[in-house]
Design a protein. Structure first.
Length: 233
């Protein structure tokens, strides 16, 4: 499995240091066959430093199954988790998320999940992230609402979307919640296309991101942009 790494330098001219930022949070992209899939906050790290290293293992992920939310701001808490496996179909047999794997050569580039239970459910992907005080556990980062009999097809994508929280609204963003539109400017890193570790800079005085020349796998996001567009591949 490939180890992907993004290094964030925070430029801060304020006093005391980093007085105008509340933390760093991010999303991870996914590829699936459902246009209604939504991005979920993958992590939120409040202990922000001038030098931040974000790492994750490519292809080491899980499928999660859980019940529908009451509202988008409710974070994902308890769920049933299952190992992500290409060339497999996981059939969910009950509303608790239990089920069985089946070999699936018809779609070798994806893993499929079928809701054969009698309830509406949510499917999604979860991955580990190594960053600051984040727990060493799989964290959900996308969500599909699946009616009875619905199938979702997933493929892993090594692209991350990062933001530095600059307002009280962003400071209240919770890991596991849905954020449909960018609350401030952000940066997108396609780690699968990167030739080496990726280095980006955030200027806390201007709220803008910058990156080294010659890194075509890095791009920007403007405040208000539709995150679903960036979180799909």
């Amino acid at each position: 499995m490939a180890l992907h790494k993004v290094v964030v330098s925070v430029k801060d001219d304020a006093a005391p240091p980093l007085s105008d930022v509340f933390g760093i949070y991010g999303f991870k992209a996914a590829s699936d066959n459902r246009p209604d899939a939504r991005p979920v906050v993958w992590f939120f790290e409040p202990d922000i430093q001038t030098h931040i290293e974000l790492e994750w293992e490519g292809s080491d992920e899980e499928i999660y199954v859980t019940k529908p939310r009451r509202k988008d701001s409710d974070p994902i808490s308890s769920y049933s988790k299952h190992k992500f496996r290409y060339r497999q179909k996981f059939v969910v047999e009950n509303s608790s998320g239990g089920g069985e794997y089946f070999h699936n050569e018809e779609n070798p580039t994806h893993m499929e999940v079928l809701n054969s239970s009698d309830k509406k459910l949510r499917f999604g992907l979860a991955a580990k992230v190594n960053l600051g005080s984040q727990p060493d556990d799989f964290c959900p980062y996308c969500e599909n609402v699946a009616e009875r009999g619905a199938t979702t097809s997933f493929r892993l994508v090594e692209k991350v979307i990062l933001f530095i929280a600059q307002s009280s609204a962003e400071a209240n963003v919770k890991q596991g919640s849905i954020v449909a539109n960018a609350l401030s400017s952000g940066v997108v890193v396609d780690a699968a296309a990167a030739e080496d570790d990726t280095y980006v800079t955030f200027d806390s005085a201007t709220g803008e991101w910058d990156w080294e020349d010659g890194q075509p796998w890095v791009g920007g996001i403007d405040e208000g942009d539709d995150l679903t567009h960036f979180a799909r591949a």
